[in-house]
Write a protein that binds this ligand. Structure first.
Ligand code: B1M
Length: 212
């Protein structure tokens, strides 16, 4: 694992210029993109979350740290997409209604695209009906739902119920993810799969479509 001390500090302090410079430095030094992502970008966001939870950091600061992380992710995204791309399946993805968190969802989207899936990213605050409409319109193979708030998790069950009501539940596999979500919650709401992180999301998606 490389040393990401300066990048970590830049993300926590939301120094976008420094964070982008440090990411570029790591790339120039030949550091594995996965290492930069896991240890240079995701890990400081965990620290940001911990500081927020303990009252040492507030929403505007958290937002600026998120912005710094996103700017760095923009630098590494092309490298993920350079990988060998074969069409694997169509995935509709979005963050459920009432929830504006999109960094993790974007990461999942990016990794899946890099692995050869076609992504239709609806963004954040997506209602059950909007998900159902898009699944119907695109004939998606997988619907990937993200939630970062315990209060928005019920939106996942509502979406699955709405798919059922529209007669689409048997036609599309449903994956869920996000920090408060768990394997047992996936079971409770009748999702087909749960992924704790973006890498696992790719593996699970392949499994769901019988590609691995
Ligand atoms: Co918010 N926030 N936030 N926030 N925020 C959390 C989630 C929180 C845990 C912080 C805390 O208290 N410790 C807490 C939620 C508590 C709870 O409900 N359990 C929280 C809160 C309370 C809030 C507000 C209510 C704060 C307020 O206003 N009082 C508010 C809600 C706004 C809303 O959504 N309606 C809010 C707002 C915000 C910002 C806007 C400031 C900003 C989001 C910016 C953005 O996303 N564009 C923000 C941020 C940045 C965070 C933290 C610090 C970081 C989230 C993140 O991006 N992590 C977060 C604390 C934390 O998680 N450490 C926190 C990095 C990201 C790569 O990880 O999103 O977990 P993650 O994604 C992972 C996996 O979960 C998984 O793969 C990803 C990559 O490995 N995954 C999937 C995610 N989606 C998936 C979908 C899949 C599969 C896997 O599909 C199949």
């Amino acid at each position: 694992m490389s040393n990401f001390e300066a990048l970590t500090e830049a993300i926590i302090k939301a120094d976008i210029k420094k964070a982008v410079e440090e990411t570029q430095k790591s790339l120039d030094a030949g550091t594995e993109v996965q290492d930069i992502l896991d240890n240079g970008l995701i890990s400081p966001m965990d620290e940001v979350g911990a500081r927020f939870a303990s009252g040492k950091m507030f929403v505007p600061q958290m937002l600026r740290s998120a912005k710094a992380m996103q700017e760095c992710m923009a630098l590494i995204k092309p490298l993920f997409l350079e990988q060998d791309i074969n069409f694997k399946g169509k995935v509709v993805i979005g963050t459920v209604k009432g929830d504006l968190h999109d960094i993790g969802k974007n990461l999942v989207s990016m990794m899946m695209e890099g692995a050869g899936f076609t992504l239709i990213d609806l963004g954040v605050d997506i209602s059950a009906d909007a998900f159902v409409e898009k699944v119907k319109e695109t004939g998606a193979d997988i619907l990937a739902l993200s939630a970062l708030l315990s209060t928005t998790m019920p939106g996942m069950k509502e979406t699955i119920d709405a798919l059922q009501a529209a007669g689409l539940r048997e036609k599309v596999k449903v994956m869920i993810g996000g920090a408060p979500v768990s394997e047992s919650f996936a079971g409770q709401i009748g999702a087909d799969s749960y992924a704790p992180d973006a890498g696992t999301a790719v593996m699970e998606a392949k499994k769901l479509l019988g590609l691995s």
